[in-house]
Design a protein around this ligand. Sequence first.
Ligand code: SF4
Length: 380
Amino acid sequence: MAGVYVHIPFCASRCLYCDFFSTTALERRKEYVDALLKEMELRKGDKTDYGTGEVETIYIGGGTPSQLRAEELGRIFDAVYANFRVSENAEVTIECNPEDVDKCFLDGLRKLPVNRVSMGIQSFDDERLRFLCRRHNSEKAINAVHILQDEGYENISIDLMFGFPGERITDWEQDLRTAVQLGIPHLSAYSLMYEEGTRLTKLRDAGKIIPIADEESLAMYTLLLTYSEKCGYEHYEISNFSKAGYTSRHNNCYWTGVPYIGFGAGAHSYDGKQLRRWNVSSLDSYMKGVNNGESYFENEMLSERDIYNEYIMTRLRTRIGIDLGEFECIYGEDEANALFKEMMERHISLGNLTTCDGHLRLTRKGLFISDSVMSDFFVV
Ligand code: SF4
């Protein structure tokens, strides 16, 4: 097995744009952690093959894991290490929010095997942070980075967003400049998304906010590519940028089809071959299911078509791209191979794809229309 994911769905408040599974029912933290430990215990005997090797990455995500108390996080890590064989040099990430990074949090963090911190900063501009209903301000975000760095946590990733209503390209450049000046080695950068059902989308639909034009958003993405390159970051996945040696090993699992096992409400697992499993996205149903032996997850056996489409989509997201030798080995005899070759030639001639060292990857032009390039390859 390559990766262990643990979902912590608690948040102190809800952000304007959020469509993740999260809850503000903080009073339920203890019973949730109890259920998590029980799930790990239950799945020890799971006959499903999530791989037999050592765990190479552990990722505690959310929600807001830093809303758990130190002893609760300690219990989770103890259970992961008790139930799985964790590699000595495993990448161990915890997500946290800047407002939680204080002396008390650090005292707890020091006792955990965490060697990578991922922080949801989103912006260094106070007005935009207020707009998102985030609980931190720019000063708090910068302080949190300094506090972690002073404690020796140099493997820090931050999330940033661009494309806010009214945002200018110079505003976005200032956010990027701040991240670079802080010495952050890993950036995940996304355009503000209007997901169905969020308060953000309701505001847009009511005409209360006006999204920026597509051309402005594309200009911001272009700036992200050029600025990060100039500052020595490798653009290794559509939305991810890292200094040498700081790519996210855990996220690479998702993009290269290696097995991972997810614990907690809403968490997904994949056996690296055909089986996907996802736990219910409901605190009550998850805990009731785990505690009473009732169903709390669903399974899906991926069809050959799903596996092929996913292979194309996940590989093309990355800088490494599709290993054409590997593709030939897997799909050389397959019907999909003819479509693949046709699309490959077409998009190479359009300048959307290129080959290098036996790998097929998106060009800069192709990055801007990546969804449509990938979907041209899909078998329907
Ligand atoms: S902190 Fe993250 S998970 Fe929680 S509400 Fe905000 S965006 Fe959603």
